[in-house]
Design a protein around this ligand. Structure first.
Ligand code: PMP
Length: 411
């Protein structure tokens, strides 16, 4: 019965990890997987996380019981506060439904299920390029995905005109997926003048915005600055249309494997006198709960307790802010070091984009051929698109990487 099942190729990024682990060369560099590393190339447990774990384990009521179906309420409340802001009208008016999800991927999956059930038939517009998993998550729920222009390779900048034109031409009421900050894979975000134009174009066609926020605090080191687009989007769009936000704590709390995230639905303002917001709120929450119940029963507790403790304990929140600055400033430093070394080597081309881009990644502009040679000849691993995960760089390997790039660019 199973004889004809086709074997699929390994996932591109997890495939890199496998090849890397089998590589016996003395110096090998992982610029593939999007995970933070310290200056020794090691995973980093944030001091705020260690402190939160200690508090949780000292609690006399410590246990491993099930959470409710929609997760830990204190996590969802704290998560909504950092993403929408302390003074959010939507939050104050009770127009946000927030539930815990299986990290960012689980939040996107909830969004896909919710859209295909309640807002069926609308295409989803995704940036070209985008995170490799977006297509799979939405297409698996029968949602048609359509690319919008984003990265202009010739200038290594945003194709704003192409982006706006596609939004204006999309059928009214389409869903537009936006990376809240630190765009994956390009590391290129719209600036604070471009965002209003994008959001106005979305509003003018009554489109629905779906924000994917996987790197809040990673782009700039500031949670508020990195939530700029979401907060402006809620203000401009959630008058007549819902806004969806998928939030991951994998990167900014370094909880990759613990799968902590939240999914938020912002209910439109409408004519508040005539609609009962709390009734809509309860209805949406109950539907999300139905989806989660049948798929994972209830979300995982341990990581959720840690993140919730950090979000709801002022001293830990303060430590966490410092931790995010530690991570984002080391990434910025490595961007500068790589660019400087390439300039010193006189490597052909302009490398300013490495420092202009933000977040975890740099879209280096290296071709897939060059990437192949980087791996084969220099044991430097990155995605075939030329996307390099900058935290993989450190004082011990940045020179090796610069020389390797220099060599493949020249030959
Ligand atoms: N969205 C984007 C843009 C991402 O880069 C990632 C992680 N690579 C995610 C969502 C989801 O991450 P996770 O499920 O690990 O939270």
């Amino acid at each position: 019965l199973l004889n004809d099942i086709e074997q699929l190729p390994p996932d591109a990024l997890f495939g890199i990890r496998q090849r890397l682990s089998q590589d016996s060369r003395a110096v090998k560099v992982d610029l593939g997987i999007g995970a933070y590393r310290d200056d020794n190339g090691k995973p980093w447990v944030l001091p705020s996380v260690r402190a939160a774990e200690k508090l949780i384990q000292q609690d006399p009521n410590y246990n491993h019981e099930y959470l409710g179906i929609n997760g830990l309420p204190e996590l969802a409340v704290g998560a909504a506060r950092i993403i929408f802001g302390e003074n959010s009208n939507a939050l104050n008016e009770g127009r946000v439904v927030s539930v815990q999800s299986l990290s960012g991927t689980g939040a996107l999956h909830l969004a896909a299920k919710f859209l295909s059930t309640f807002l069926a038939g609308r295409p989803l517009y995704i940036s070209e390029p985008t995170w490799a998993n977006h297509k799979g998550i939405f297409q698996s729920q029968g949602i048609k995905t359509v690319p919008y222009p984003y990265w202009q390779a010739s200038t290594k900048s945003l194709d704003l005109d192409g982006f706006l034109e596609t939004i204006r031409e999309a059928p009214s009421g389409s869903v537009i997926l936006l990376h809240a900050c630190a765009h994956n894979p390009t590391g290129l975000d719209p600036n604070e003048k471009q965002w209003p134009a994008i959001l106005e174009a979305i509003a003018s066609k009554n489109h629905i915005a779906l924000f994917d926020s996987a790197y809040q605090g990673f782009a700039s080191g500031s949670l508020d600055r990195d939530a700029f687009a979401i907060r402006l989007g809620v203000e401009k769009l959630a008058k007549v249309s819902p806004v969806f936000v998928c939030q991951s704590f994998a990167k900014n709390v370094g909880m990759y494997g613990e799968r902590v995230g939240c999914f938020h639905v912002v209910i439109p303002q409408q004519d508040e006198a005539r609609v009962d917001i709390s009734k809509i709120n309860k209805a949406v929450a109950s539907q999300l709960s139905k989806i989660t119940r049948s798929e994972v029963s209830n979300p995982p507790a341990y990581g959720a307790k840690i993140v919730s403790k950090i979000l709801n304990t002022p001293e830990l929140t303060e430590q966490w802010h410092k931790d995010m600055i530690t991570m984002s400033s080391r990434i910025t430093k490595m961007r500068h070091e790589l660019r400087e070394k390439l300039i010193q080597l006189n490597t052909p081309g302009n490398w300013d984009h490495i420092v202009d881009q933000c977040g975890m990644f740099s879209y280096t502009g290296l071709t897939s051929e060059m990437v192949k040679r980087l791996e084969a000849q220099h044991a430097v691993y990155m995605d075939s698109s030329g996307r390099a995960s900058i935290p993989g760089l450190n004082q011990g390997n940045v020179e090796h990487v610069a020389k390797a790039i220099d060599e493949v660019v020249r030959h």
